[in-house]
Design a protein around this ligand. Structure first.
Ligand SMILES: NC(=O)C1=CN([C@@H]2O[C@H](COP(=O)(O)OP(=O)(O)OC[C@H]3O[C@@H](n4cnc5c(N)ncnc54)[C@H](OP(=O)(O)O)[C@@H]3O)[C@@H](O)[C@H]2O)C=CC1
Ligand SMILES: O=C1CO[C@H](CO)[C@@H](O)[C@@H]1O
Length: 367
């Protein structure tokens, strides 16, 4: 291993890998060493296009097979943004080859597969992390402090999370997200994963005692053998009177809102996954008051706007760059952080419970 930079190998040429190509370059402690694709030409085209826009600053090898990536001794860590249904074998093989694993979300088709991947990483002594970028945002850290400060929210009661975008006709026909083999969880895996993750983060990683969820609209891509959830809602019940709801959809236009409410007020973020294009990350805290005096009813807005310097993406302090920098630090230090496997497996267990509840008409399920 290089003593200064974590050397990355990419599985496939996914669209999201382009963002992380740049993030690795900006991290300062990592570099892309190789990109593997099912065809060498595609790997080379990906490298050329990324280099044109954001030069890697080093030679990057094009590899014509995924197996080929695992044989390389110039790769310390692999990034696996393959479709979810194809990841497990490569993640386990990568760990067995001694490579650290950054895997996209949702981690796997189910929580026992996710547990197998995590166990393979533990056995091999390599770091495991999923690709949730907002886990690394400083905004999330600040919001969590406010949730716990006893005054902004007070006693936590309710968390709501909504993540949606309206996929066009082409998306609904051919995107991997509507193919039950490639992305079996549809919008739940793609968008609900973030809702569940935020809910866990906001409530101190406490697991719910009961989960119910329903697919509101199924979708089926043209080559997909089965439907996947295209629009879904769910309800999570926690100990101590805390509850949470989520809604995720491929049919409802861009909306990425979370709110965290307690007996003293609430916190809201309007762009919790992909922050709005800006050099600052924003959120609000509110403790609105209702004043009633005979015929006069005044509901007073008492909202405070907060922001911190954190670019939305593509800069040295953006959340995805912090994710890569943190991962690189772990690899280079030889330490492993058990928080990341914990976050992933808890999210996947709740996701499993949602699917189980969904097939029994929304019956509550214990995750
Ligand atoms: N963390 C985040 O912010 C984001 C995460 N994601 C997650 O990343 C994953 C990938 O998403 P996205 O970038 O849109 O994916 P793409 O459809 O752009 O790419 C998927 C890649 O997987 C490889 N692949 C291997 N086998 C297949 C197959 N049978 N069908 C299709 N592709 C195959 C291909 O690479 P090749 O042909 O070169 O081998 C392809 O480029 C998703 O699970 C998604 O949830 C997506 C966007 C953002
Ligand atoms: O993870 C992701 C981030 O957001 C996108 C939508 O805007 C998703 O489709 C994607 O998979």
């Amino acid at each position: 291993m290089s003593n200064k930079q974590c050397r990355w190998g990419f599985f496939g040429t996914a669209a999201i890998a382009r963002k992380n190509w740049k993030a690795i370059r900006l991290s300062g402690n990592g570099r892309v060493a190789a990109v593997a694709s099912r065809t060498a030409d595609r790997a080379q085209t990906f490298i050329d296009e990324c280099n044109d826009e954001y030069p890697a600053g080093c030679d990057v090898s094009a590899v014509g097979s995924y197996e080929g990536l695992l044989e390389r001794d110039d790769v310390d860590a692999v990034y696996i943004p393959l479709p979810t249904g194809l990841r497990k074998e490569w993640a386990i093989a990568a760990a067995a080859a001694g490579k650290h694993v950054l895997i996209e979300k949702p981690v796997a088709n189910n929580s026992s597969d996710a547990a197998e991947i995590i166990a393979a990483c533990e056995d091999a002594g390599v770091q495991f992390m999923d690709g949730v970028m907002f886990d690394h945002s400083e905004r999330l850290a600040k919001v969590k402090q406010q949730i716990g400060d006893g005054t902004t929210v007070g006693k936590l009661r309710r968390i709501n999370a909504h993540f949606s975008f309206a996929g066009d006709a082409e998306f609904q026909k051919s995107n991997i997200r509507v193919d039950s083999v490639l992305e079996t969880h549809g919008c739940l895996g793609d968008l609900g994963w973030y809702c569940i993750r935020f809910i866990l983060q906001a409530n101190g990683l406490v697991m719910p005692t009961s989960v119910s969820a329903r697919t509101l609209t199924p979708l089926q891509g043209e080559n997909s053998p089965h439907c996947v959830p295209g629009e879904m809602s769910g309800e999570l019940i926690f100990p101590d009177g805390v509850s949470a709801g989520f809604y995720c959809s491929f049919l409802t236009e861009n909306h990425q809102r979370v709110s965290v409410s307690g007996d003293k007020g609430y916190i809201a973020i309007e762009d919790f996954v992909l922050p709005f294009y800006d050099s600052m990350a924003h959120w609000t805290t509110s403790s609105n008051t209702l004043e009633i005096d005979n015929c006069r009813w005044n509901f007073r807005r008492e909202t405070v706007a907060h922001s911190i310097p954190e670019y939305a993406s593509g800069e040295a302090n953006s959340q995805e760059v912090k994710m890569l920098r943190t991962f690189n630090d772990l690899v280079l230090s030889g330490k492993r952080d058990p928080l990341y496997p914990e976050l992933a497996i808890k999210t996947q267990r709740i996701l499993d419970a949602c699917r189980k509840s969904d097939v029994s008409d929304g019956r509550p399920v214990q995750p």
